[in-house]
Design a protein around this ligand. Structure first.
Ligand SMILES: C[C@@]1(CC(=O)O)c2cc3[nH]c(cc4nc(cc5[nH]c(cc(n2)[C@H]1CCC(=O)O)[C@@](C)(CC(=O)O)[C@@H]5CCC(=O)O)C(CC(=O)O)=C4CCC(=O)O)c(CCC(=O)O)c3CC(=O)O
Ligand SMILES: NC(=O)C1=CN([C@@H]2O[C@H](COP(=O)(O)OP(=O)(O)OC[C@H]3O[C@@H](n4cnc5c(N)ncnc54)[C@H](O)[C@@H]3O)[C@@H](O)[C@H]2O)C=CC1
Length: 196
């Protein structure tokens, strides 16, 4: 089985995280980036989560997960340290046809979360299909040292150019040549002097 990679628009969508520990925090932070309406259910919360909830759209519900809690959410992440609870969230998600990520079991997950290098709108996503999350993180760290803020700026310029050239009567080939020249001139895709 090969995973199907997508970019989800979660803005103003109700997203649930079950669990209030370190892994939950990481997943909540990525929901915050996506401007989701976030609910977290857990009998206890790490300090960082409590701080985050004070300034972002994060609702904390201090109790254990109860069967059916996933109802009405767009996506849910089971991030507790209790395998049984994570399994219950997964089976609830299946029942209601939802997207569910289970942090300790990729086979029960309808999606898994990649490692990300974010440079504004440029998103480089790395996944090992669940085989080695540490390897994902280390590849991310390597890419972070290569893809600096210049790439974000170049992307913004390319976007401006695309808007500028839209409906101006250029052929696709002509537009591609203009974009390519822009990219080549920047030198940002040259590795050891070679264009990659
Ligand atoms: C399947 C997946 C499900 C999911 O969470 O979506 C999953 C599952 C598991 N992770 C485990 C361990 C670790 N996870 C990390 C880190 C990250 N894990 C992330 C994603 C994923 N982790 C999905 C697949 C990603 C892929 O395809 O590569 C990242 C990329 C994104 C994120 O979590 O937001 C984030 C990097 C964030 C960053 O970029 O910095 C580290 C390293 C660290 O913490 O530094 C370790 C310890 C080292 C190691 O084990 O490799 C365990 C064992 C737990 C145990 O033993 O108890 C399981 C369960 C299992 O494999 O069964
Ligand atoms: N996917 C990933 O990237 C990774 C996954 N893991 C897995 O994630 C699990 C969680 O790890 P951490 O966040 O470090 O653990 P943690 O101990 O920091 O947090 C666990 C949280 O689960 C909550 N919880 C326990 N029972 C609950 C219930 N019935 N309902 C709701 N919440 C409940 C606890 O209150 C606590 O907030 C680990 O057991 C491990 O298997 C660990 C590392 C990385």
């Amino acid at each position: 089985m090969a995973y199907y990679p997508i970019m989800l628009n979660i803005k103003n969508k109700k997203c649930l995280v079950v669990g209030g520990g370190k892994v939950a925090l990481r997943k909540i932070l990525s929901f915050v980036e996506g401007e989701a309406l976030i609910t977290v259910i857990s009998p206890s919360f790490d300090e960082e989560i409590i701080k985050l909830a004070a300034k972002e759209k994060v609702e904390l519900i201090r109790r254990e997960y109860q069967q059916g809690d996933v109802r009405g959410f767009f996506v849910a992440i089971a991030a507790t340290d209790d395998e049984k609870v994570n399994k219950l969230v997964a089976s609830d998600g299946e029942k209601y046809n939802m997207l569910v990520n289970v942090v300790d079991d990729k086979d029960l997950s309808s999606f898994i979360v990649p490692s990300i290098v974010r440079r504004g709108d440029l998103i480089i996503s790395i996944s090992t299909s669940g085989k080695s999350p540490l390897f994902s993180r280390m590849i991310k760290e390597k890419l972070e040292s290569i893809f600096n803020a210049d790439y974000e700026k170049l992307l913004q310029k390319l976007y401006q150019k695309r808007i500028e050239l839209k409906d101006k009567g250029f052929t696709e080939e002509e537009k591609m040549a203009i974009y390519k020249e822009f990219i080549e001139k920047s030198g940002l895709l040259e590795i050891n002097g070679d264009e990659c």
